[in-house]
Each structure stands twice: as structure tokens, then as C-alpha cells.
Design a protein around this ligand. Structure first.
Ligand code: SF4
Length: 505
């Protein structure tokens, strides 16, 4: 199969860089439904530009290219061992080319393999079928939304929704709860893949398989079709909004299957995917491995542009920050302000935060902007170049952040999804601010990086290292300020109240 390798590489590249038409259409509807001039609408403007930028430059739509998950159908007699080996080679090559971030971490040692290979990585599911072609489908689903997957065991009691029983009404409560609990952490607006029934392990597999359906299809089971439509309508009344900023667009798809269950078990398994819903597929000639057809899109049709304007709509009221930032500057900021950072910043995520709890920082962090980001980087000659650099989910750093702010004098923490009460208190006490960048907008933010000035703690691997960047007009929204205000806490409260109202309609 002389073309198998290049076909798989093309599939990975296209999946990482070019959203399929059904997702583009759903995002267009989401953007159209949002109230102009709101924070959610600003976020969607950046997201739409980012989708175009990724396609224009063939760069990753989001820096978190996830756990590559392949579903392969082969005719009887095709050598699946060879296909699996070629998939692994293609994954490693796509990583070398900067189309995938090195994401495979040894769970015992913490070491990143650097090529996206490792135990059970990538995930490959094989199935035989009676067709003559090979079909390969690929889903790239990042960690932020993967962490918001959730499984319910009915009966159960849910925040704001009360008891959920072993019936469709109980299932519906679970699905509304799944959208609510994700808030902005999984880069809303998101999509649900759902399995009602099965066992714990297979239920999650079947839920993820639902994400291989197009967002605009109609479930052939009328009961599930009705439930999907109801969830779409009601979840978009809760008010989570893009990035959890509060707004109308919370969900772009809901796809449900049902499987038989044990009498004693009633699971509802939910795979939550983000707006950066990267899923494509190809049909391959079984003898040559050449692509005979694309699934989900028609390559002969031009890719529709998403952005209405260019980039972030500036109003002139934005606050420019140039690190080192003073206490006076951050105390003047309040929730809702838009900030443009020009100057130097440092990245730091899970490994860096854990390290800083026990070790002094390798750089002076007084007045610094600390960016929760695991970028895609390539070395060109002696110079590192940013290929994708959106924010990662900040809540993972909640156990560390307050200590780091107080101990080292960080003034601005940048990430997505917001942080908790301990960080909010530290921002107030020490004079700091939390800035929400737009999740998944990896190409948009990569363009704001003028130069990589250096890297520290490289032993943690590329995504976890501390990168020293010089940025220009890096846009973010103040969502937690030094006065004790948190947009995230407010939206969580109002959306919880909206759930309660839905219950009584
Ligand atoms: S868009 Fe957000 S949730 Fe999705 S992969 Fe990127 S960072 Fe993760």
C-alpha cells in the first residue's frame, strides 16, 4: 500500500487544521445567535478568525491536538497490524511537522515521548466490514474538554436539578447538567456525544463514537431525535455562552445513542467536545492506500470563510499592559475590561506550577504575566518558533496559584475557564488579575507572539516547559479582578438558577 502513509498524514493534517463544514455551519449559527458587543460575541469573533487562520496556514486550530483517536474499518483479509504501524508512523511525522503537539506522557514517569507515541497511544479501534474500501475516521479531542466528560449512574441527585430517575426525564436532567458543569472549562460552545446504558467502560466508548455523527444529522430513532432537539433548545437557554462568559450559544450539537444495560446499572455517559471539534475521515483504496473519498466534506468545494472582520474588534477603550505590571495598574482593572499585553510573558502550566511550589523560579516573576499555555513549538535552526499557542484550562492550577502569586509577585495570570476562591482571594490580597484568553484560538495567539526569547525547564517537555515570549497586542478579558469579583462565579450562579427555572417550566 504505497500511498497509505501519505494518505494518513494528509488525514491528520487536515483534521488538525481544517474544521469540517458541519462544525463550521454550527459555529456560524452560534455566532449569529449571540448578542453583539458582549464578551461571548467578542470570543466568537476571535474563534471564527482563528478557524480561517488555521486553514490558511495549515496550522493546528488549537494547540491541544488531543489524544488522536482512529476508528478504522477494513475488508476481511486486510492486514490490520500493518495499518496500525503506519498510523503510528504518520502520527509521529505529523508531530515532527508541527501539525500535532507532542501530547503523549508516560503516566508513571511523567516523561513526554515527544512524538505522540506510547502505551495505548494513539488510540486505534479496528472493525471489519463487508465493503471493499478501508475507512479511517479520526477525532482529535483535547484535554480541556476531555476533562469535562462525565458519567452519571442513575438514580442520582444533581445540583440545581434535584433527583434524576431511571427514565428519559432523568437522562435529560443529566445532559443539561453536563452542559452546565462544563461552563467555560471545555471551551464552549460545545457538543455532547451521549450513550444511555451499557456498562461504564463501553458507555464512554459509545458516547465518543457519537461524535463521529455530523452535527446536522437527525437521529433515526424518533425518541432520541426528540431528546436531542430538546437538549439543544434547552441547553441554549441556560446562558453559559462562549468560553463561559455568559450568553446564548452554549451547545452546537447533541448526539445520543442507547445501548442495553444490566438490570442493576443505568449509566448516562457523556463525551463533551469543544467548539474546536476536529473530526474527519477518508475512504482508502484497499490495495494502494490512496484516498478515494473524504468523509464529512467535499474537497472540490472551496472552504467557506468564517470571519466577518479581521481579528478582535478594538474599541479604543482597551487597557494596554506592558510587563512588569505594577500593583496600581492591576488594581485599576475590573471585570469586563479588555486588556492588550505588549511585552514579555512566561508560559507555565501543570509541571511548572508544581515545580514552583518547591523550587525558586528560573526567572524573575515580579510584575510578570504568567500564561497557562502549552504551545506547539518547532525549532528552525537555532530559533524556536510558535506554531500554536492558545490558553489551557486554568482550574488545574488552583491548588498552586495563590501561593505562586503571593510568593513571587505575579500580577497577571492568563488562561481560560477561570479559577476558584483561593486564587480570587490572592488576587485581592496581593494585587493581581486573571485574564481570560479565548480557548482554542491557538493561531490567533500564535500571531501575537513576536519572538520566542528563551525556554526554561525544558526537561518537562515542550507543552510543559516555561517559554519566555515577547508578544504584541495579546488580547484577553478581565474575568477576575483585584476587588473580589469573578465573572466565572457570577455565570455559574446565574446558569444554576436558569437550570432551576427550566425544571419548573
Ligand atoms: S478548544 Fe479548548 S477544550 Fe478544545 S482542545 Fe483546545 S483548549 Fe482544549
Amino acid at each position: 500500500m504505497e500511498f497509505l502513509s501519505s494518505s494518513l498524514l494528509e488525514l491528520i493534517t487536515q483534521t488538525s487544521t481544517n474544521l469540517p463544514p458541519d462544525v463550521r455551519a454550527a459555529m456560524g449559527i452560534a455566532a449569529g445567535s449571540e448578542t453583539p458587543q458582549t464578551q461571548s460575541s467578542q470570543a466568537l469573533t476571535i474563534i471564527l478568525s482563528n478557524i480561517d487562520m488555521a486553514n490558511d496556514d495549515e496550522g493546528p486550530i488549537c494547540q491541544d491536538t488531543g489524544m488522536p483517536t482512529f476508528v478504522v474499518h477494513t475488508p476481511v483479509g486486510v492486514n490490520q497490524i500493518k495499518i496500525a504501524a503506519t498510523i503510528r508512523e504518520a502520527v509521529a511525522e505529523a508531530t515532527r511537522r508541527g501539525k500535532l503537539r507532542p501530547n503523549s506522557v508516560d503516566s508513571l514517569t511523567g516523561k513526554n515521548s515527544g512524538d505522540n507515541l506510547g502505551e495505548e497511544t494513539p488510540v486505534i479501534h479496528f472493525e471489519q466490514w463487508e465493503e471493499d474500501d478501508i475507512e479511517v475516521m479520526l477525532l482529535l479531542k483535547g484535554g480541556g474538554c476531555e476533562n469535562k466528560n462525565i458519567q452519571y449512574s442513575l438514580p442520582c441527585t444533581l445540583d440545581h436539578l434535584g433527583n434524576a430517575g431511571r427514565n428519559l426525564e432523568g437522562v435529560k436532567k443529566c445532559l443539561l447538567h453536563a452542559v452546565w458543569q462544563a461552563q467555560g472549562h471545555g471551551c464552549a460552545p460545545g457538543a455532547l456525544g451521549v450513550c444511555i446504558g451499557s456498562d461504564r467502560a463501553h458507555g464512554y466508548v459509545l458516547a465518543k463514537y457519537q461524535l463521529f455523527r455530523t452535527l446536522d444529522d437527525v437521529n433515526p430513532n424518533p425518541v432520541l431525535a426528540k431528546l436531542e432537539a430538546e437538549i439543544m433548545a434547552e441547553a441554549n437557554q441556560i446562558g453559559v455562552g462562549a468560553m463561559g462568559f455568559g450568553g446564548k450559544a452554549s451547545l452546537i450539537g447533541c448526539k445520543i445513542t442507547a445501548a442495553n444495560r444490566l438490570p442493576a446499572s443505568f449509566f448516562v455517559s457523556v463525551a463533551y467536545d469543544c467548539w474546536a471539534f476536529r473530526r474527519l475521515g477518508v475512504r482508502l483504496d484497499a490495495s494502494s492506500g490512496a484516498i478515494t473519498n473524504w468523509l464529512y466534506r467535499d474537497p472540490s468545494r472551496p472552504v467557506e470563510r468564517m470571519a466577518q472582520g479581521e481579528g478582535f474588534p478594538l474599541t479604543g477603550r482597551e487597557v494596554v499592559l506592558t510587563p512588569p505590571i505594577t500593583e496600581e495598574q492591576v488594581r485599576a482593572l475590573k471585570v469586563g475590561d479588555v486588556v492588550l499585553i505588549t511585552g514579555e510573558m512566561f508560559t507555565g502550566r501543570d509541571a511548572v506550577h508544581a515545580h514552583l511550589m518547591k523550587n525558586p523560579p528560573p526567572v524573575d516573576l515580579r510584575g510578570a504575566a504568567l500564561y497557562h499555555c502549552g504551545p506547539v513549538m518547532l525549532k528552525q535552526g537555532e530559533q524556536w518558533v510558535v506554531k500554536a499557542a492558545g490558553p489551557t484550562t486554568s482550574s488545574r492550577e488552583e491548588p498552586y496559584q495563590a501561593g505562586i502569586i503571593k510568593r513571587y509577585g505575579v500580577r497577571a495570570v492568563i488562561g481560560k475557564g477561570g479559577m476558584g476562591a483561593k486564587t480570587l482571594a490572592a488576587l485581592k490580597e496581593s494585587g493581581g488579575v486573571y485574564l481570560n484568553a479565548i480557548g482554542g484560538a491557538a493561531q490567533y495567539y500564535a500571531r501575537s507572539v513576536e519572538r520566542v526569547l528563551g525556554v526554561h525547564l525544558m526537561e518537562f517537555g515542550i507543552p510543559e516547559a516555561m517559554w519566555h515570549l515577547r508578544v504584541s497586542n495579546f488580547a484577553a478579558i478581565v474575568t477576575m479582578d483585584a476587588h473580589g469579583n469573578s465573572l466565572h462565579a457570577d455565570v455559574e450562579k446565574t446558569t444554576g438558577e436558569a437550570l432551576e427555572e427550566l425544571l419548573h417550566q
